[in-house]
Each structure stands twice: as C-alpha cells, then as structure tokens.
Ligand binder design. Structure first.
Ligand code: PXL
Length: 277
C-alpha cells in the first residue's frame, strides 16, 4: 500500500481562498493519501459563495482549455478525472474535453449545484441541466440530497427511511452507473447511500451533529476518490470518507465560525497511507 505509485488526479474544481471548500480541501486530502492531485481551477474566488458576502471572482476560461491541451501534449498519464463546481457553461465543454482526452481515466463527477434544497447563487438552470449530462458521462457521481433530487426531478424529502435512501441510490445508479449520495437525514443520523448499477445499495451512517459546514461534501468526495484509487471498494471508501468528515466536524470548536469550514488541517495525517483503519 505505502509503496504504491502515486495516482495522478486531474481536479477540475474552483479555488476559493477562504472557507475550506473545493480545491482548498481536496488538494491536501488527496496528497496526504499518497496521490498526486493536478489542479485545474475553474475559477478563482476570494471565498466560497455560502454566506461570506460577494466574493471577488476571476474566471479562468481563458486559461483552463490551454492548460488541458498542454497536459495532454506532455503525455501525462491521468488516472482519474474528478470534477466539481463549475461556474459557467464553457466549463461543461472543458470537462467533456478532459473526458475525451483521457478516456481510460476513472471519471468522477461531484455535481456541485446546491444544498439544503436550494441551488447555489449564480448557477443557471442551463448549467445545472448540463451538469446532469456530465453526470451521464462519469463512472461515479457523488451528489448530496439536493443534487440527487434535482437529477431525478423529485421534490426534496425532509427525512428518509432506510428503504427510501437505498431506493434513491439504486435509482441513480441505474441511470448513472455508480453513486454515493451524501447528507441524507435519517432520524438521529446523517447517512450516505451508495450503489452500483444492478446491485443492492448500502448505507453508511454517522450521528448527526446539528451544524453544517461548507466544503464537507468536497472533503467527503476527495477522500472517497482517494480511497478508491488505493484499491478500496465503494463501500470501504464511503466509510473512510464519512468517518473522516465526522471526525473533522467533531474537532471543530462549537464557537468557530461555521462559514470558515471544518478544522481539517490537524486531522489530515489520519489519512496518510497505513493510517486509514
Ligand atoms: O463546497 C461546494 C462549493 C464549491 N465551490 C464554491 C462554492 C461551494 C459551496 O458554496 O461556493 C465556489
């Protein structure tokens, strides 16, 4: 395990300086797991868009397609393409192009579109529709409950029973291949439901802690991807990811400003190779 060659993961996400979301959470998590993340920032933002005012935003569409072609011309092997927040429709084409250039890469799409039943500010209806099309090209998708319901065109339930959670994952897997749905409210617990097409789903639960933080979906998906690339099963990877996120939440003081995300930095070492149990 420890001597495994690092896997190179092309991370197509935004870089938001403050708030421990997107690349600020993903890059350290993947690197400490022994992988080599290659960031392709879809936008630069001063903060995420969840309650810290109006961030300064720099669109990177003039850069990203050229960077992608450069990496391809270098003959870089990409083991995994992991996509997340896209800030405009041109970036849908960027993701399609990446999938085309490295057809053998594991394609993981976190369809970052919203939370708590609402679409994030600034994301258009057509961008969200396009995100659904990207999901159809991916090998694995990791929507939260809001995004899962959007993809299936269903209203968002306030809570789910075990059978409903499994059915949600199985239906998405039937459509998209493999899925882990995050943030399912189930009584005292917050659950993740996973499934592969044609196979019964599974649940990974953790006690619900009441507070929600930006970036935990990004952290969850990054650890999931990192563990899959270490050869873990979908269920093992979901267990590790759920455990790590719960641990980071527990390590964040109750008095901390939730908008700044979970205090992941002191916990990252727990993800190092050999320490994942
Ligand atoms: O964590 C999801 C996310 C990613 N990127 C940006 C965001 C958010 C959630 O608010 O604003 C820019």
């Amino acid at each position: 395990m420890t001597n495994q060659q690092p896997k190179r993961i092309l991370c197509i996400h935004d870089l938001a300086g403050v708030g421990r979301s997107s690349l600020c959470a993903i890059l350290p998590a993947l690197a400490v797991m022994g992988h080599q993340p290659l960031p392709l920032p879809t936008a630069l933002l001063s903060t995420h868009t969840g309650g810290l005012g109006s961030p300064a935003v720099l669109n990177t569409d003039g850069y990203t397609p050229r960077a992608l072609e450069h990496y391809h011309a270098l003959g870089l092997k990409i083991d995994c393409i992991y996509t997340g927040y896209l800030s405009d429709e041109e970036q849908l084409a960027l993701v399609r192009r990446a999938f085309e250039l490295w057809p053998d890469a594991l394609k993981v799409t976190d369809p970052v579109m919203g939370d708590g039943g609402k679409i994030y500010s600034g994301l258009s209806e057509s961008l969200c529709r396009g995100m659904g099309q990207i999901c159809a090209l991916a090998d694995l998708i990791t929507p939260n409950l809001t995004e899962a319901c959007y993809l299936l065109g269903r209203p968002m339930p306030r809570k789910l029973e075990r059978e409903e959670a499994l059915e949600l994952a199985e239906e998405l897997a039937g459509r998209y291949g493999q899925v882990v749905v995050t943030g399912l409210p189930m009584g005292q617990d917050l659950a993740n439901a996973g499934a592969r097409r044609g196979q019964p789903g599974f649940l990974v639960k953790r006690t619900r802690l009441g507070t929600s933080y930006p970036g935990t979906g990004d952290l969850f998906a990054a650890v999931l991807v990192g563990q899959l690339l270490r050869g873990g099963s979908l269920e093992e990877a979901a267990e590790l990811a759920a455990g790590f996120v719960a641990d980071c939440i527990a390590a964040t003081p109750e008095t901390a400003d939730t908008r700044l995300g979970v205090w992941l930095e002191p916990r990252l070492g727990l993800l190092a190779p050999g320490r994942e149990e």
